[in-house]
Ligand binder design. Structure first.
Ligand SMILES: *Cc1c(COP(=O)(O)O)cnc(C)c1O
Length: 354
């Protein structure tokens, strides 16, 4: 009854039981932009009986001003997940190969399988950079890059992105879900490369994960094909209005809280290293902390009120991860009192393990 594609994957199953401090999904621990909340409160009930704008024209205009590109170079999606998934249908055919440097956002491998593509998983090198020779050797139709990368938090050098574009004929999907925390973006490369698509989201720095809004920036010809593969009416009217308000009125709110996240991330890194945990230097709003037996550790943390994301068997050749054979905790950075609670819980669990 089921397709071989869905039969081959698991349903996404995050632990959704309530927890006092949830540092597991990299969303904004300071909340949401006030202008977005105001718009949601004020949205007229009459607006809800109608379909939204098919491709979110007013949000494109707002994001054009924010990113500095033309509105015709922007596609909007139901979260950036929607656009990452649609890109696989727009720019590759069943059986084609997609190169995915790992470890990275695991949904990408799932989307590849759902779209009948063949993922070529290519380990990141010892400095968390992409092995461009291996990507070229895979002869991919598509390449997925993520910078800052989830779950390592590491940035890709701009030269790596350029080399992948120059040395392959592939469409390159660059996931910049955490760009606001790094202050770095390759969106300007879109003007030079008709094969680069940059995916962004309002789920992280903009604090709107529950509204499901993402966008992608690329050459207008690329964006057209992406919108065909995505389909119309993917973003609700309420989400679009709230997103427009956030992007036009509340950039100050977003930037101030991204800055707080960066400051607390560095403070947390110092505290973790003081505990002999060799956290990886991060450019995002989370830290990857190599810890033995991460799943057990995370279960014990959760039992005392703090959720983090556990990973095991993370691929790659980086020394920091080799020491625990790819076992690590990914910790979302939030307000400092939450970080203090996390550290206290971490110390309790570690003491109980010894
Ligand atoms: C969180 C995240 C996303 C965002 O997904 P949305 O569907 O926009 O909520 C995309 N890519 C990466 C790497 C992420 O970590």
């Amino acid at each position: 009854m089921t397709s071989t594609r869905t039969a081959a994957i698991d349903r996404y199953a995050p632990d959704e039981t309530p927890v006092a401090i949830d540092l597991a999904d990299n969303t904004n621990r300071w909340g949401s932009p006030p202008a977005a909340l105001r718009v949601l409160r004020d949205t007229a009930p009459g607006a809800i009986a109608r379909y939204p704008d098919a491709y979110s024209t007013s949000l494109k205009a707002a994001l054009a001003a924010y990113t500095g590109v033309e509105a015709s170079a922007i596609a909007i999606g139901c979260g950036s997940d929607d656009l990452l998934d649609a890109a696989l249908r727009a720019f590759a055919d069943p059986g084609d190969r997609i190169a995915i440097p790992v470890p990275t956002f695991s949904m990408m491998t799932t989307f590849a399988r759902l779209n009948a593509l063949e993922p070529a998983l290519i380990p990141l090198d010892a400095s968390f950079d992409v092995d461009v020779d291996a990507v070229v050797a895979a002869r991919p139709r598509l390449v997925y890059l993520c910078s800052p990368n989830n779950p390592t938090g590491t940035l890709l050098p701009r030269a790596t992105i350029e080399a992948v574009l120059e040395r392959t004929g592939a469409v390159v999907i660059l996931d910049e879900a955490y760009a606001e925390f790094s202050g770095v973006s390759a969106i300007d490369l879109v003007a030079r490369s008709p094969r680069l698509l940059v995916a962004r989201t309002l789920s992280k720095a903009f604090g709107m994960a529950g509204l499901r809004v993402g966008y992608a920036v690329g050459a207008p010809t690329l964006v057209r094909e992406l919108e065909k593969a995505r389909g119309p009416y993917k973003v609700s009217a309420a989400s679009e209005r709230a997103a427009v308000a956030a992007v036009t009125e509340d950039l100050g709110w977003m930037r101030a809280h991204a800055e707080l996240a960066v400051g607390n991330r560095e403070r947390l890194a110092v505290e973790m290293r003081r505990r002999d945990v060799d956290v990886i230097s991060s450019a995002a709003n989370f830290l990857l902390a190599p810890v033995a037996d991460a799943h057990t550790f995370a279960r014990r943390l959760r039992a005392i009120g703090v959720a983090v994301r556990a990973f095991s068997g993370l691929d790659g050749t980086a020394l920091a991860l080799a020491a625990t054979r790819g076992s690590a905790l990914r910790i979302t950075v939030g307000p400092w009192p939450e970080m203090e609670s996390l550290l206290a819980a971490f110390d309790r669990v570690r003491a109980a393990c010894e």
